[in-house]
Design a protein around this ligand. Structure first.
Ligand code: NAP
Length: 311
């Protein structure tokens, strides 16, 4: 039976997710479609209610700015999504109930693994405090990070993230120290927080800066959440990971590389979270070959269409 899958977000522009998922559907011999729906925050509840009534609706990806809000609109969510308070994948059960999942965590950790970054004992600075930032914090904490600092332009947002996630981290990652900081403090110098790291010993974990804001995403791709002066104060060897994947080399990634730091955009995370989403819709694990198909489709789409947006 043909089934329908959607991407729900605002803005969604010319997303590359359809190309990636359609390639996987073809390889699996599925007569499925993947379409993008631009959904403003006030439309979200109505759109979900309508989709739940359509028997052909199999599931959806959820992107900015709905990952937090969607949690309260679903019949149920799995324990990981509830623990971090954000959903990026919806699946429709046979009874029409919509379930929430989060595949950003596994996608993010998989991408770090491919870059040979070990979260154990690491110090991590996360820029942004929305749905993706929550997934990164939870993923890093449960993978063994020692210290996590979340910085947002509205300080109350990072405080809320810390307040919400501390109980889950205390249970699943008691070693992780989670703190909130403000963008103003960051502007005063990211090196201040990383400064303590200079006296670190061999065997201590690595250092990581994550951009979990949309700053630098097409069409505003001339922007970066950190200036070259900010980046110059980040200690040598720190990995800079930008969740933004379009353009593939964001301005932040270029600034970091120019400063001699290892850096990556969010393409591999997009592939891995997308493959995990497909497993939820199908209700079964998939071979690594499907992720490889999605990776190739994304690479081809990025070359052809240099300017596209969001997940
Ligand atoms: P979100 O829930 O809307 O959160 C975005 C965060 O960024 C919020 O803290 C927001 O603060 C902040 N922000 C927005 N504009 C900003 C600006 N100009 N300056 C400073 N902070 C700003 O979005 P999300 O779902 O977490 O996604 C964040 C980014 O990650 C998006 O670009 C998304 O495409 C990307 N992402 C990529 C992947 C991947 O697989 N590669 C996966 C997930 C997400 P305010 O609330 O104050 O606006």
């Amino acid at each position: 039976m043909s089934a329908k899958v959607y991407l729900l977000g605002w803005p969604v522009g010319h997303s590359l997710s359809p190309r990636m998922h359609e390639a996987a559907f073809r390889t699996l011999g599925l007569d499925w479609s993947y379409s993008v729906i631009g959904v403003r925050p006030r439309q979200l509840a109505r759109v979900l209610a309508d989709l739940s009534l359509d028997p052909a609706f199999r599931g959806a990806n959820v992107t900015i700015p709905h990952k937090r809000a969607v949690l309260g609109l679903l019949a149920e969510a799995d324990s990981g999504a509830r623990a971090l308070g954000a959903v990026n994948v919806i699946s429709r059960r046979d009874d029409g109930n919509l379930w929430g999942h989060n595949t950003d965590c596994s996608g993010f950790l998989g991408a770090l693994t491919s870059l040979r970054f070990r979260p154990q004992g690491s110090r991590c600075l996360i820029l942004g405090a929305g749905g993706a930032a929550r997934a990164c914090v939870f993923a890093l904490g449960t993978a063994g990070a020692a210290a996590l600092r979340v910085v947002s332009r509205r300080p109350e947002q990072s405080w809320r993230l810390v307040r919400d996630l501390r109980p889950s981290l205390a249970e699943h990652a008691p070693q992780a120290v989670l703190e909130a900081g403000s963008w103003d403090e960051l502007r005063a110098g990211p090196g201040k927080w990383f400064g303590e790291a200079r006296g670190r010993r061999r065997g201590d974990g690595g250092m990581l800066v994550v951009n979990a804001t949309p700053v630098g995403m097409w069409p505003d791709d001339a922007r970066s959440p950190l200036t070259p002066a900010d980046v110059a104060r980040i200690p040598e060897g720190t990995l800079v990971y930008d969740l933004v994947y379009n353009p593939p080399r964001t301005r932040l990634v270029r600034i970091a590389m120019g400063a001699g730091l290892p850096a990556s955009g969010g393409e591999e995370m997009l592939v891995l979270q997308g493959a995990a989403a497909l497993e939820h819709w199908l209700g079964k694990p998939l071979s690594a070959e499907i992720a490889a198909v999605m990776r190739r489709a994304l690479a081809a789409a990025t070359e052809e269409v240099p300017t596209c947006s969001a997940t």
